[in-house]
Design a protein around this ligand. Structure first.
Ligand code: SF4
Length: 456
């Protein structure tokens, strides 16, 4: 793993007018594909019935015109998935989850990680619940089903109050579309409108994709219940709320054309680059990004430092799965399949290269070697996030602490390890300043056991 991996993306839409919500959700999922590439699915409700289709693969591989023609209705939710807690890549673990129970039918899609799901699962199984998937999201469905409350909304509130961790969820139940967030608002989820339709999405880029207007980000602990007339009401499942937004959404996960937690991702990434430049004493000749996630920060660095920006590395966007080659020569070719330097941009120059984060460090070293072989005179590696020092338990797939390279050595050794002439990370103070840090989770930048002001 060379980058931390986002777990999922969710999308939901309810329409008083057209029955094409399945097709609109398909477009929405296309825009959210970067949040999960293992599996995807769409569930549509029409006349009290829910139809769904899900499978492993990319949105473009799973859906076609025939499948979408069966997904006609006025309420839809969709999901793209990268699994962390939910075990292997399989169609059973793909979402939306669809079930019939005493509150009618239900479809649910979840982004996040319910940290007490094992405990709750054991408790529910001891009461006779049978789980269909490894997914932690199914716990909520069973909690709702077993609630003694006499309506769905009350049962949902009761179930949500039992959950710990990160969850941004969309649910269809009996002609209503619900969208909700955990009490710390860890993962993003926003609401928008498309004419009379109400739309929810993990990121605003999916609203842009379908021509919807962003209204706002959901608040911590907020539940929005929308109906087929195009009306919606908001309430909170708990009063004990405190913002703890995942700062990695700004660093890497979200698309730069999204507004996350009501801030432009591109603008925030540019401010990371500007901060790196403020603390840099390197007189470079050219600033280049590691594409694509380093682009905004590299632009910010270049603008602040007045060192020209250029494309020194080209990313090939058309790579599917590749076989791991045992021979070194073939492994080197594999790196170049993804990233290839532009010799004319870097030859004979002091190159400042900007990447968003370093996890295991293997790709960073390969990038340094590629640039060196292309003729760069000096390579100064700048990282637009602080050092990742511990793994995340809130829905992000992170290697063990001892595999996180910055956790295992000091800056001097790390610089040598990457074979760079210098190495600089964003400081946690600068990160806080750029994103109003008091409201954000930054726990992966702290050593295990280090005091964190807002431990969950
Ligand atoms: S620990 Fe890191 S990756 Fe996990 S939620 Fe917090 S900031 Fe995000």
């Amino acid at each position: 793993m060379e980058k931390l991996k986002e777990e999922c993306g969710v999308f939901g839409i309810i329409s008083p007018e057209t029955k094409t919500v399945g097709n609109i959700t398909y477009f929405g999922l296309y825009a959210l594909q970067h949040r999960g590439q293992e599996s995807c699915g769409i569930a549509v409700s029409e006349g009290g019935h829910i139809r769904s289709f899900k499978n492993t693969g990319l949105v473009s591989e799973v859906f076609n015109e025939n499948i979408l023609s069966t997904l006609q209705g006025k309420i839809a939710i969709g999901h793209v998935r990268y699994s962390t807690s939910g075990g292997k890549m399989s169609v059973e673990n793909a979402q939306p989850l669809v079930m019939d129970f005493r509150f009618g039918n239900l479809a649910l899609a979840h982004n996040g990680n319910i940290t007490n799901s094992d405990k709750l699962k054991k408790e529910l199984e001891s009461q006779g619940a049978i789980f269909k998937s490894d997914s932690d999201s199914e716990v909520l469905v069973h909690l709702i089903a077993r609630s003694k409350k006499d309506n769905f909304t009350q049962a949902l509130i009761e179930g949500l109050n039992r959950l710990e961790g990160a969850f941004s969820i969309v649910i269809i139940n009996n002609g209503n579309l619900y969208a909700l967030k955990d009490k710390n608002s860890i993962r993003p989820l926003c609401i928008g409108t498309l004419r009379k339709k109400i739309v929810f999405s993990s990121e605003s880029c999916a609203l842009d994709m379908i021509g919807a207007k962003l209204i706002r980000e959901l608040k911590p602990g907020e539940v929005i219940k929308s109906d087929i007339k195009g009306d919606y009401e908001s309430f909170f499942y708990t009063e004990e709320t405190e913002k703890n937004l995942c700062s990695f959404e700004y660093i890497y996960f979200a698309r730069p054309d999204s507004e996350i937690f009501e801030k432009s991702v591109h603008k925030i990434r540019k401010s990371f680059g500007a901060k790196l430049s403020e603390r840099s004493d390197v007189k470079g000749d050219v600033v280049i990004p590691v594409p694509d996630s380093g682009i905004s920060a590299a632009l910010g660095f270049s603008e602040a430092s007045k060192i020209p920006y250029d494309k020194g590395i080209i990313r090939n966007h058309y790579i599917g799965r590749t076989f791991i080659q045992p021979a070194q020569e073939l492994r080197d070719m594999k790196v170049k399949m993804k990233l290839n330097p532009v010799p004319d941009v870097v030859r004979g120059k002091k190159v400042i290269v900007i990447d968003d984060s370093i996890v295991r460090g293997t790709t960073s070293r390969k990038i340094v070697r590629l640039l060196r072989n292309a003729g760069a005179k000096e390579i100064h590696f700048k990282v637009s996030s602080p050092m990742i020092l511990s793994s995340c338990s809130l829905g992000i797939d992170t290697p063990n602490d001892n595999e996180l390279i910055a956790n295992t050595m000091d800056l001097e050794r790390l610089t040598k390890e990457l074979e760079a002439d210098s190495l600089q990370f964003l400081t946690t103070e600068d990160l806080k300043e750029c994103i109003s840090g008091k409201e954000h989770c930054m726990r992966c930048f702290l050593k295990k056991g280090e005091k964190y002001a807002k431990d969950l």
